[in-house]
Design a protein around this ligand. Structure first.
Ligand code: ADP
Ligand code: MG
Length: 363
């Protein structure tokens, strides 16, 4: 399954409307970009172009991913775009507004309503949430911001990366998820004020892990674990030339985002050459790409929502967002259900443990 890519155009804001010109035209699932001096516009084709309300975005992007997650797949939505293009509006929106709430509240509303509808007597569910921010290649726990620096570690068994000591909270209802979203957003604002930095320079990742345990027979239970990640990326504009931005900060933002871009390009290249087997994908080069690895390869289904302003004044950033999104559309994903019979998991763990022991002895 390809990585799905949507473009989302926000309306012109008051200031932009004064000038009145736009650089974009939408034709079906395509966006045409034209700068004043160009004879012909450049066209970009997407899986969908979203211009409407929050609910339309949810229907096109959110609902299918909730279905994937419930079926046992990892799922991920990434909001990409320059600062002010509508990333946070898309992912979170106004959490308590009937019409303006974004993807996160809607995704969890439908997820919990689907779980409640499950009449399978043999199945039980558990839901764990975490919320983190990546700033200057450091991980901050948005549910527990006073924790000292968190480290990204690699799980030797399934080769994924995870954040050690990140707080995970169990939730039982959409209200509990909403409380975590509010708490995280508040902590993000507080950290910004105290450390004098802007949210546009950080990436945030809200993770929701759903575990379904189901009795198969008297001796076996099956465990299906899927993770939904909602990612609000840092502004894609080049920060280095901005007034007042510290060079180190700019480098770090660029490190995570440029690595993300390289990872996407490498995946596309590898797949055009018939598989990922021998290609080196540079996940390890930034914190963001380490943490997104499980969402971009193997058993995941992912979406990028490329947010753009139609204003001519944003033209060059809009063009670079559209170009990035177009490149990402080449990603092909192989989806695998994360289901293991308990015994199989145990066997693999035992095997890995004995291999590790042998290796140690060999040293
Ligand atoms: P970003 O997170 O990319 O920096 P925001 O989501 O904060 O951008 O959006 C910037 C401003 O534009 C906010 O005031 C937001 O409410 C508004 N906005 C963004 N997208 C839309 C949209 N689709 N419809 C209406 N207002 C929007
Ligand atoms: Mg934002």
């Amino acid at each position: 399954m390809p990585l799905q890519v949507f473009a989302r155009l926000r309306p012109l804001n008051g200031k932009e409307e004064e000038g009145g010109t736009t650089c974009l035209q939408v034709i079906g699932n395509a966006v045409e970009y034209s700068a004043g001096h160009q004879q012909y516009p450049s066209a970009f084709l997407f899986d969908g172009v979203l211009q409407g309300q929050q609910e339309d975005v949810f229907k096109a992007s959110g609902i299918p991913l909730v279905e994937h997650c419930l079926a046992g797949y990892n799922a991920c939505i990434l909001a990409y775009g320059q600062t002010g293009s509508g990333k946070t509006h898309t992912m979170m929106g106004q959490l308590d507004s009937e019409t303006e709430r974004g993807l996160a509240p809607r995704v969890f509303e439908i997820l919990f309503s689907r779980l409640r509808e499950d009449k399978d007597q043999e199945a039980s569910y558990s839901c764990l949430c975490s919320f983190l921010e990546i700033y200057n290649e450091q991980v901050i726990d948005l549910l527990n911001p006073s924790t000292p620096l968190l480290r990204v570690k690699e799980d030797p068994l399934d080769q994924g990366f995870y954040v050690a000591q990140l707080q995970e909270e169990e939730v039982h209802s959409v209200e509990e998820v909403m409380n975590l979203l509010r708490r995280g957003a508040q902590n993000r604002r507080t950290a910004e004020t105290h450390q004098n930095r802007a949210s546009s320079r950080s990436h945030s990742i809200f993770s929701f892990t759903l575990t379904k345990t189901r009795r198969v027979n008297d001796h076996q239970v099956s465990v299906t674990r899927s993770q939904m990640k909602l990612v609000d990326l840092a502004g894609s504009e080049r920060g280095a030339n901005e007034v007042g931005i510290i060079q180190k900060e700019a480098n770090f933002i660029n490190l995570s985002l440029t690595t993300f871009g390289r990872v996407v390009t490498e995946i596309v290249e590898a797949q055009h050459h018939g598989g990922m087997g021998h290609t080196h994908i540079p996940y390890r080069d930034s914190v963001l790409t380490k943490l997104l690895k499980s969402s971009l390869e193997g058993n995941a289904k992912a979406q990028i929502i490329a947010n753009v302003s139609p204003a001519a004044s944003c033209g060059s950033e809009t063009l670079s967002t559209l170009q990035f999104a177009q490149r990402a559309k080449g990603v092909r994903m192989k989806a695998v259900i994360n289901q293991d019979l308990r015994e199989e998991v145990l066997m693999r763990k035992l095997q890995a443990a004995s291999e590790a022991l042998l290796q140690q002895q060999a040293k």
